[in-house]
Design a protein around this ligand. Structure first.
Ligand SMILES: [Zn+2]
Length: 88
């Protein structure tokens, strides 16, 4: 579980943007994946995205700037609850 640093709501995915909007989620195996939204309501699943990414909270729509362009950090953030100690 992860909590948005802006609005404090528990979130299980992040909106991710590069050229397109996608959703970054973690599956039950702890594996990160993106669902890339394509036109016509279709989506495509991919393991990694381009490394120039910005991430935003799906609830308050604010960009989590501390995660920008850092996929590893974004994944770690989503896995958040597993680490009980706060990381800097
Ligand atoms: Zn938020």
């Amino acid at each position: 579980m992860a909590f948005c640093s802006r609005c404090g709501v528990e979130i299980d995915h992040l909106n991710a943007y590069d050229k397109h909007k996608s959703i970054l989620s973690i599956n039950s195996n702890g594996h990160a994946f993106y669902d890339l939204e394509i036109r016509d309501g279709r989506s495509q699943r991919t393991d990694r995205a381009d490394d120039t990414m910005s991430y935003e909270c799906p609830v308050c729509k604010q960009e989590l700037t501390e995660l920008a362009n850092d996929e590893d950090k974004a994944v770690a953030f989503l896995k958040g609850a597993e680490s009980k100690h706060g990381e800097k």
